[in-house]
Design a protein around this ligand. Structure first.
Ligand SMILES: *Cc1c(COP(=O)(O)O)cnc(C)c1O
Length: 394
């Protein structure tokens, strides 16, 4: 769905509230109703034929092209993504990654992928993309000279900042500038920061995707993904998503739109709590290192401060113990943190991690036991006390 409305001059919090609520979609109520629709009826056969020829956004055609509920969510996401012409919705974040990759990459071409990319993105590179004849080279995003050498001849670059599990930052505008000068399209997984924390298109990226299952949903009850881009790449994303038959349910779209309205306050609260918990962890004798660009001591903090306008509640820490089972002991002892995948919900989660299992040229934690935390909306003091009693067992 292209659009985004005329709210570009308004601040992000205001756009978050107003986005997608066009009167023709909402009628007399606040939120766009749930339109469950496969068949759209036409007033005449001439109208049906005109709709087919026109193939425009925001026009009824057939359920696979959505209805106002999905259009409203996509429109709201475009409204909060500076530089976006349109947004495509996918049934999961991984489906969005596939939609982006298949829109950009062709057989015989090479994509450069940041080594700390989300694990399923790496699996897609070695699986689906390899089978389609797309070659992948992994790179350390902190090694700019290495990147400059590797990008020659590549048609696409996949970035993620900060990276999954270990949260190394990279210089997105610098890498994107080098990539574009070399003729490569720049794709960014912006799930961690969301457009509220990082305006990817304005920092040199061509396509920005995110998993809506995390911050946008925000309540651990929905799977969805999105990709936003300027006019040229939006057209390709839309075309490929139609060719692949990608569609999201109107019920889930309504749920995601509902989550979106409070994403700003949730992210602000979770970022503030994460900063407190991370700073406390840094002072504990059982903790060797905290991997969190929100902390002034983190090597990525300067880039995060320069380029980002926000963060989130997701970071990791490395235990000082050399017992590989120590991370599971801590996770099991935590009472306020659930053990589980996904993140960005209102409830805190803890996950023992082994990032080196998903790396080709970066060290991960070098085998040291580590945990990833997703800080929810509980009181940070309670979370710190819980971590304190669990760490005492290491
Ligand atoms: C979770 C996640 C995804 C995938 O999203 P799903 O909605 O779970 O498919 C993509 N990128 C990152 C960084 C993620 O954490």
């Amino acid at each position: 769905m292209s659009g985004g409305g005329d709210d570009r001059h308004l601040k992000p919090a205001t756009r978050l509230v107003r986005g997608g609520r066009r009167p023709e979609w909402t009628g007399p109520v606040v939120n766009p109703p749930v339109w469950r629709a496969s068949t759209h009826l036409y007033a005449s056969d001439a109208e049906r034929q005109a709709a087919g020829r026109n193939n425009a956004d925001g026009q009824f055609f057939y359920g696979r092209r959505g209805a106002p509920t999905q259009w409203a969510l996509a429109d709201a996401l475009t409204a909060i993504e500076p530089g976006a012409y349109g947004t495509v919705l996918y049934p999961s974040g991984v489906a969005a990654i596939a939609g982006v990759m298949l829109s950009v990459m062709k057989p015989g071409e090479r994509v450069l992928m940041t080594d700390n990319a989300y694990d399923p993105t790496r699996s897609m590179a070695s699986g689906l993309l390899a089978r389609l004849g797309v070659e992948t080279t992994f790179f350390d995003p902190r090694d700019v000279d290495g990147f400059r050498a590797a990008v020659a001849g590549a048609k696409g670059v996949w970035l993620e900042a900060p990276g999954s599990l270990t949260f190394e930052m990279c210089d997105v505008p610098l890498l994107a500038g080098i990539a574009r000068a070399a003729g490569a399209a720049v794709m960014l997984d912006n799930t961690w920061a969301s457009p509220l924390g990082f305006a990817g298109l304005e920092h040199g990226c061509d396509i920005v995707m995110m998993s809506l299952s995390k911050h946008v949903g925000g309540h651990s009850d929905l799977m969805m993904g999105s990709a936003s881009a300027g006019k040229r790449w939006y057209g390709m994303l839309r075309r490929v998503s139609h060719e692949l038959g990608q569609v999201v349910s109107p019920d889930d779209a309504a749920l995601a739109a509902r989550g979106l309205r409070t994403m700003g306050v949730r992210l602000a609260a979770q970022t503030a709590a994460a900063k407190r918990v991370a700073a406390w962890l840094e002072g504990q004798p059982q903790v060797a290192q905290v991997l969190c660009p929100l902390l002034p001591s983190d090597p990525g903090h300067a880039l995060w401060t320069r380029d980002f306008t926000g963060g989130c509640g997701l970071f990791s820490f490395v235990l000082a113990s050399d017992d590989p089972a120590a991370s599971a002991r801590v996770a099991d002892a935590l009472e306020l943190f659930g053990i589980g995948y996904s993140w960005g919900g209102y409830e805190s989660l803890a996950l023992p991690i082994r990032p080196e299992d998903y790396r080709s040229c970066m060290p991960g934690t070098g085998g040291a036991p580590a945990l990833r935390l997703s800080i929810g909306l509980e009181d940070a003091e309670d979370l710190i006390a819980d971590l304190g009693q669990a760490l005492a067992l290491v």
